[in-house]
Ligand binder design. Sequence first.
Ligand SMILES: *Cc1c(COP(=O)(O)O)cnc(C)c1O
Length: 399
Amino acid sequence: MSVATRLLHSIPVDEQTGAIAVPIYQTSTYVQEAPGVNKGFDYARTGNPTRLALENLVATLEGGHAAYAFASGLAAIDAVVKLLSAGDQIVAIDDIYGGAFRLFEHVYRRLGIDIVYCDTTNAENVAKTITDKTKLIWLESPSNPTLKVSDIAAISAIAKAHNCLLCVDNTFASPILQRPIELGADLVVHSGTKYLGGHSDLIAGIAVAKTEELAKELKFIQNASGGILGPFDCFLTIRGIETLPLRIERTSTSALEVAKFLETRPEVARVYYPGLESHPNHEVAKKQQSGGFGGIIALALTEDTIEAATKLVTSTKYFKLAESLGGAKSLLCHPATMTHKSIPAPTRQASGVADGLVRLSIGLEDAADLIADLAQALDQLAAAKEEHVVTKEGELVVA
Ligand SMILES: *Cc1c(COP(=O)(O)O)cnc(C)c1O
């Protein structure tokens, strides 16, 4: 059975009414026959049927024992970090989502968890960085925003050898292209805000556990800390996931075309896209992803300045300037001043988030229209540069 068929038919039909759409159970509590005698639900922080349908769906897609839905991607990440104790250490990818970096550095470091970062694109770096305190390895693959690809199977073997957990933030690939648990990961997190929701109309997060034991711990944390996803947003996320295979297929095809076009432009010094042969870990991406390389591209401008990047991101018509990604409409952003501004400049630049780096989220528009939009914006950038040179020379003549 194909992923799309399995996905659509693992969403249950409502037993009571036959409703084909999952009902929104907008309730805080459930009437009990006697104390503790109920229909499987007692209080809606602990459990909600709409949320359960979403959680079961994502667990099936990722091949995990169970999944838990949270109010945001960061709340899901937060729940995973709460599996640790003071004195434990996380080894994390250096090119990490800015919000995860902020949570690790400004909340968990204060609470006694140590975090070290390394370039995980070479698995040996991970082995070298691990200490006897390391309890969790944190990967994003592909990473946000420079699309670094790490070998999940190789790093999972290292994690097992050192008795620590491996968690993969699978937001960029989605379970359609990559299933980290099948590659050996213990935990998977998603910002459901992105591809799972898919329409830029909600904030959500999911954490998936491979084993029953980890699932129990995560479930305990979800209930104890309470950062749950509300029933309406669970419904919207399920609805988004129904079209996930189609959207991922379309966006992956368009993104490869856009990435190839960008490689031809002199204004662009480097294109970051795992589907390009020029990507340093293209072979690893091919090995661990299937069905495409996703819809996110990053580009480094030849003129590596905040000014040039600002000019580009304000010159497009279809690509809207906004944080976030994975929606139906194409977006672009400037990580250095937007999504990754919470990372200090030297750390950010060392991990490849240069001043002239621009991130694109390829939407569901026609690829030719998106390419034409980028072409006219790059033309404007080139024209602005020429004008600048003329003015300078003019000034020189006057002087
Ligand atoms: C957006 C994002 C997050 C955070 O998710 P929110 O839903 O915004 O809290 C985490 N990881 C990655 C890779 C992201 O792109």
